[in-house]
Write a protein that binds this ligand. Structure first.
Ligand code: SAM
Length: 393
């Protein structure tokens, strides 16, 4: 039986050793005065689990959703045992890089193990510390994996900002755990704790898969993927321009690929092009690979995890297609899109094309002109603008 209760915050008795959260940086993620490398939820999760983490019987520990290393590095600094017993999964590549850089700077390199989201991450784990995702599909996929593979005594301590939390999160957790408890709010954050994993008998439903009649394509998505198996309405408009994109090109990049919907549509409708789908999110890249396979496009379309094309050679690309992000972590921030415009500018050949879609009010044209080169508006519908920018020599 699932049970959902509400209790007061239950900080453990022992005061944790000091850890200087302000020493953490977000780099290589976007840095700005109003963007931070840790938040009060990290402190609440750590304060509430202090006595537990000090007890060797509560290890191994898995840390999920750690933005820039606050949870993992404070745990390593205060209670560190060995790297194999402190397993960390971050979906986003820039988060992994920031964690590694912060670990190095704090003398904690080698204190944890970064792992993909799979059975090995949770096998035998007795404590999970988790910055809750807002996306319920991501919550469901991770909760299901924990319930399948963690130790039967596992305790899950998940936290989020109150303004981002909903009762639906308790409901989703209760599908995977016998007991789910919500704390009262503290520091504008709240904890959900769960125990009693309900070992599922059915295989995981991820990656989810749905046929899109409009595109004539299967779309596949792991939980953390933007828009899941649905077609974003900005993307829908951008895809109406595929035939006009860089005639004569042999290669294309789907930058920020999500489910791989753009790459798959380009590959299916421009058979002369080979397409690389790339995203900073591991879930997105796995989804794009699944989308390629589901549509028989794996020969023509590959998927690569990377932060803003960092591993792509300068001046190498003929065509980049982009529906840019408008969030940096939880915050709406133009920096995420501008970072990808700069990435395209670096990777495009002179004469190479960037095709972008954006909400009218964002008015990125001047930014595109400045960062890429001459930019022409190719179309507008009631909500979106599609722009073509050509890389200057
Ligand atoms: C608006 S979504 C578009 C997803 C997909 N192309 C679509 O049309 O449905 C933007 C995508 O950019 C990705 N992204 C954000 N910042 C990135 C970065 N620095 N490097 C690579 N991808 C990034 C996000 O993970 C997200 O999947």
């Amino acid at each position: 039986m699932s049970r959902s209760e509400q209790t007061g915050p239950t900080p453990d008795a022992e005061a944790p050793a000091a850890f200087d959260f302000s020493a953490l940086r977000r780099f290589p993620d976007v840095e700005a005065d109003n963007l931070f490398a840790w938040d009060p939820t990290d402190e609440l999760i750590l304060d509430s689990t202090a006595a537990r983490l000090a007890d060797p019987a509560a290890w191994p520990i898995a840390v999920v959703g750690d933005r820039y290393g606050a949870l993992a590095l404070a745990t390593a600094a205060r209670y560190g045992r060995n790297a194999g017993e402190l397993r960390v999964h971050q979906d986003v590549r820039s988060g992994e890089l920031a964690l590694a850089a912060n670990a190095e700077a704090l003398g904690l390199a080698g204190s944890y193990t970064s792992m993909p989201l799979d059975a090995a991450l949770f096998e035998g784990v007795r404590t999970v510390l988790w910055q809750l995702p807002r996306n319920l599909e991501e919550l469901a996929e991770v909760a299901d994996l924990i319930a399948r593979y963690a130790h039967e005594d596992v305790r899950l301590v998940a936290g989020g900002r109150v303004k981002h939390m909903t009762a639906a999160q308790n409901t989703v957790l209760a599908e995977s755990f016998g007991t789910v408890q919500a704390s009262l709010a503290a520091k504008k954050s709240r904890l959900l704790t769960a125990s009693g994993p309900l070992r599922p008998s059915e295989p995981s439903r991820f990656p989810a898969r749905e046929f899109n009649d409009e595109l004539g394509l299967w779309l596949c998505a792991h939980g953390a993927t933007f828009a899941g198996t649905k077609l974003d309405i900005g993307t829908r408009f951008l895809l109406t321009f595929v035939e006009k994109m860089k005639p004569g090109a042999a290669t294309a990049i789907d930058l920020g690929c999500g489910s791989g919907v753009i790459a798959a549509y380009v590959a299916a409708n421009r058979p002369e092009l080979t397409v690389v789908a790339t995203d900073q999110s591991a879930a997105a890249v796995a989804s794009a690979a699944a989308t390629a396979a589901a549509n028989g496009l794996a020969e023509q379309m590959t998927a690569v995890q990377d932060d803003a094309l960092a591993g792509f050679a300068p001046g190498s690309a003929e065509l980049v297609v982009l529906n840019p992000p408008f969030h940096v972590g939880g915050a709406v921030h133009a920096g995420a899109a501008l970072k990808l415009f700069d990435a395209a500018a670096r990777v495009l050949k002179p004469g190479g094309e960037l095709w972008t879609v954006y909400n009218h009010h964002l008015d990125y044209r001047a930014q595109l002109e400045r960062r890429i080169g001459p930019t022409w508006i190719q179309g507008k519908n009631p909500k979106f603008t599609v722009a073509l920018s050509v890389r200057s020599a």
